[in-house]
Ligand binder design. Structure first.
Ligand code: ADP
Ligand code: MG
Length: 607
């Protein structure tokens, strides 16, 4: 047999290697930003077109490259950052594998311009699919500009697998946030399709976090500070009452590198022990510094997972430090001159007052359909539109249920019932028990109300009949610029839901009208939750936000477990639930009620 093994040509090897490094535009963004940081830049610009599919360009004012290096940097395993294997155990740079630029150049059209400080002229290189197309001298400023165009142009399968612009942009913003949060001392600009999305000036850590996540973040932060022999921990955790239903703002940085670690996350969550509402996740921005020779960054190509020598000690220290800071904050609000200390309330106290108020689910008892005038407007509060009742089958469950019970009770106790029989009972402020002909239904009050609100919102959003209440004083709410962009893109849907807007600025939105079922105090939380949900669901651009919006509103505004309901409210809820199109499941697919037939109840006693 003849020999059949060959070495792959470089460009093919590079393409294969690229698959590991570059999954999507966001991966390129990460690599280029990291290179700029490693080059000592103090100002970094990121320019994007079409979610990075058309253009990703990073411009820095770092140290630049010589003409030879400018050519060399696209070679595989070409790096200035390590020389020998031992260097791997003493890393202070982001990059070290020397494969990012080689990989990127294999799968895109790349244009590099770079100049070192002491040079007259810089160097410009064009390279396509690993082939150098041109190399010239240019006059350019100190630093490097690297433009990556038409990513995956020569790998259609990869290009076709890219998600919508909304999704890819979300991934890019995630990477961008991780980088900018690790380097508050560097200024960053992000432009997308010529719109400025972020303009972050250099500053301290708190200023950077607030600049990224919006002004309201400031009052949420509890500082963390601990210096020991084996590590220092710095940063912030968000106060427990600002914890999120879904994991979002959770950031660990080790030696200025964003990392993912479920182990360390566990330590933080553990420190919040007992302070978090069920099913919520704390936000945190934690910066660990450890000696470089006690970690191994080399275990994952994207370098977001690292191994610690003394994991257990880190865990214990992290947990203790966070716990300590939370405790301090609880006893005495941390002094912070950026905000009014009077606004600080210890979380235990505050969370008591946070119990959701009961939306009015009862109907105006004085309403008389034969009276001339219409019922007062407020009675529509939770039923902003009329629904076709679809209750026939359910009504049959209920007819004469009271009579059955009455008879039984009369037989048992020979006691004449009063005219009005109670048909619903609340159990542990969590369930509503309702009597039906064949037995009882047990309704989960919170999930049932979610279903009711969900159908109401969905209908009012989609039939475009805004049920808006004008605010006496428009409310101005601050958001991060990315959040503002997001609100702007779903403005029409929000208006259909009953919001009306006055003014959009780079850092705030002024709201002058809200849906009738929303109270003024809930505006911020409902919008925050909505943005959170949209971000986490990352729906396609083509996908309507209606459903996410209706779900999000329903979840935020629904009555919660722990809320006492009057009898009238209980009955209102039962009626509303069974007038829904799909009463049996919550918008998130959980059962809203269970029935127990008399037979089943009998069986409980027969076994
Ligand atoms: P790595 O970052 O792992 O070394 P890269 O492929 O990302 O590998 O970059 C290769 C080399 O090109 C780097 O080691 C660095 O010397 C040089 N380089 C890349 N980007 C820049 C930049 N923005 N400014 C200066 N030098 C750069
Ligand atoms: Mg690099």
């Amino acid at each position: 047999m003849s020999d059949i093994i060959q070495l792959l040509p470089d460009h093919v090897a590079n393409q294969i290697a690229a698959g590991e490094v570059v999954q999507r535009p966001a991966s390129v963004v990460k690599e280029l930003l990291e290179n700029a940081i490693d080059a000592g830049a103090t100002n970094i610009k990121l320019l994007l077109k079409d979610a990075g599919k058309t253009l990703i360009q990073v411009i820095d004012d770092g140290k630049g490259m010589s003409a030879t290096d400018a050519r060399m940097c696209f070679e595989r395993h070409a790096t200035s950052k390590i020389r020998k294997a031992e260097d791997l155990f003493n890393l202070s740079t982001k990059g070290f594998r020397g494969e990012a630029l080689a990989s990127i150049a294999a799968i895109a059209h790349v244009e590099l311009k770079t100049k070192e400080e002491n040079q007259e002229l810089g160097c410009a290189i064009k390279i396509e699919g690993s082939k150098i197309i041109s190399q010239d001298f240019v006059s350019t400023g100190k630093g490097t500009s690297l433009a990556v165009k038409n990513l995956f142009y020569n790998i259609p399968a990869r290009r076709n697998f890219l998600k919508s612009d909304t999704v890819e942009t979300r991934h890019i913003v995630d990477e961008f946030q991780r980088v900018v949060l690790a380097h508050p001392n560097i200024s960053f600009l992000l432009h997308h399709n010529n719109n400025e999305v972020y303009n972050l000036r250099s500053g301290n850590l708190r200023q950077r976090i607030v600049a990224v996540f919006g002004g309201k973040m400031n009052e949420k932060l509890v500082p963390i500070n601990e210096v020991t022999d084996i590590l220092t921990i710095e940063g912030f955790v968000a106060k427990p009452e600002f914890s999120k239903r879904k994991r979002g703002e959770q950031f660990f940085f080790v030696n200025d590198r964003f990392i993912k670690s479920s182990y360390l996350n566990h330590a933080v969550v553990n420190a919040f022990d007992g302070l978090l509402e069920n099913g919520t996740h704390p936000s945190y921005f934690l910066y660990l510094k450890v000696p470089t020779n006690t970690i191994d960054i080399n275990i994952h190509p994207t370098k977001t997972e690292i191994k610690f020598d003394n994991e257990k000690a880190l865990y214990a220290m992290l947990r203790a430090t966070v716990k300590h800071s939370l405790g301090q904050y609880n006893v005495a609000p941390v002094l912070d001159f950026n905000r009014d200390a009077n606004l600080d309330t210890p979380y235990t106290y505050k969370s008591n007052t946070k119990v959701a108020s009961v939306p009015k689910i009862s109907v105006d008892p004085n309403f008389n359909p034969f009276k001339e005038e219409n019922p007062p407007k407020q009675t529509k509060a939770v039923l902003p539109f009329k629904r076709e009742k679809n209750t026939e089958s359910w009504e049959s469950l209920y007819t004469s249920s009271a009579a059955v019970i009455e008879n039984e009770q009369e037989q048992l106790f020979e006691h004449k019932q009063e005219e009005k029989t109670q048909k619903t009972f609340q159990i542990q402020r969590k369930y509503v028990l309702s009597l039906i002909k064949s037995g009882v239904v047990l309704i989960n009050q919170s999930l049932a109300h979610q279903r009711v609100l969900y159908e109401e919102f969905l209908e009012s959003i989609t039939i475009k009949e805004a049920n808006s209440q004008q605010l006496l004083f428009p409310v101005k709410i601050s958001f991060s610029s990315a959040e503002i962009e997001m609100i702007y893109t779903i403005k029409t849907e929000l208006e259909n839901a009953g919001f009306s807007f006055d003014e959009f600025t780079k850092a705030s939105v002024t709201i002058k009208g809200i849906p009738v079922s929303v109270t003024e105090s809930k505006i911020t939380i409902i919008l925050e939750e909505l943005l959170n949900d949209i971000n986490l669901e990352v729906p396609d651009a083509s996908f309507s936000h209606f459903d996410v919006m209706a779900k999000s509103f329903a979840k935020t505004l629904s009555i919660k477990t722990g809320t006492l309901l009057s009898e009238k409210e209980q009955e209102g809820l039962v009626n509303d639930l069974f007038s829904c199109k799909e009463p049996s499941v919550s918008p998130f697919g959980k059962a809203t009620f269970k029935t127990l037939t008399l037979n089943q109840i009998d069986n409980l006693f027969n076994s």
